[in-house]
Design a protein around this ligand. Structure first.
Ligand code: FE
Ligand code: FE
Ligand code: ZN
Length: 280
């Protein structure tokens, strides 16, 4: 079983995303909870959620991944910027309970010159304020490329955040192949070594989702520019090996590659599936 999908626009609601996913042969999808720049979220329509559950069942969709606006920064220096992040995260986690037992991914944040240690503390502090014992959602911290002052470009920083969170059983990790490659983890030359390092530093039990992207830049570029599968420096074979790796192959995979049209994701899913099968 290969759980594979892509990022879809949420502007037409949940049921529409399930239909769109099914139309390209996907059995999962990712979406922004609101405008990626962080505007106010539209109210969730219970009829749409009900229609979504029906379509999802037909399409074999059991896991979905929400993505927080990428402008949120719980590690900001300005208190009002941190407060905006807290308010948005808290609101998103309440909204997530309309679709219980799903995944919610966020970029940890940028320390904006305060230093990674301060950043780690601020992010853990924010999670302590928004996570609730009764929530069914797992919040994922995404591994980052290390662009600017991003926190979470090393497995150690992600592990440090998690170790400081009180309700850490609500926290997992989303690994982005473009980001870790740009961050200096050589998944082309030594995938086993990278997986072992993840397990040693964070623990593979924390890993809940993978963003499967190629990169426009060479190893350790710290850039974060996604490329279509096979069009970048990681390549189709190495990315197929990620999807086929015994420690990873059960996870849901999400394409965040640059495409104009959703149908192009369908072609990418077919190419990746074929390359994966050859390795299994
Ligand atoms: Fe992301
Ligand atoms: Fe990503
Ligand atoms: Zn990215």
């Amino acid at each position: 079983m290969f759980t594979i999908g892509c990022h879809l626009s949420s502007s037409k609601g949940y049921a529409h995303m399930a239909e769109e996913a099914a139309s390209i042969g996907a059995n999962t999808f990712q979406f922004f909870t609101r405008n990626p720049r962080g505007a106010r979220a539209k109210a969730i329509d219970p009829a749409d959620v009900e229609a979504f559950h029906e379509r999802a069942q037909e399409a074999g969709i059991t896991t979905i991944l929400a993505h927080a606006p990428y402008t949120l920064n719980p590690a900001a220096a300005k208190p009002e910027t941190r407060q905006f992040a807290l308010d948005t995260l808290a609101d998103d986690l309440i909204r997530m309970e309309n679709t219980p037992h799903q995944l919610y991914n966020m970029h940890p944040g940028s320390h904006v010159g305060q230093g990674a240690e301060v950043g780690v503390d601020l992010i853990a502090d924010a999670l302590d304020q928004v996570l609730r014992p009764e929530q069914t959602t797992t919040l994922l911290l995404e591994t980052m490329a290390g662009k600017g002052t991003e926190v979470g470009a090393t497995f150690q920083e992600i592990a440090d955040i998690i170790s400081r969170v009180t309700l850490s059983d609500k926290v997992g990790v989303c690994l982005d192949t473009c980001h870790i490659w740009d961050g200096g983890y050589d998944i082309v030359g030594d995938l086993d070594g990278v997986v072992e390092e993840f397990d040693r530093v964070i623990g593979l039990d924390r890993l809940r989702a993978i963003h499967i992207n190629d990169s426009k830049n060479p190893l350790a570029a710290h850039k974060d520019r996604h490329e279509v599968i096979g069009g970048g420096h990681i390549g189709l074979e190495a990315l197929a090996a990620v999807t086929a790796h015994p420690a990873l192959r059960h996870l849901p995979f999400f394409l965040e590659t640059p495409h104009e049209d959703v149908q192009e994701y369908g072609e990418e899913i077919r190419a990746l599936t074929a390359a994966r099968e050859e390795l299994l």
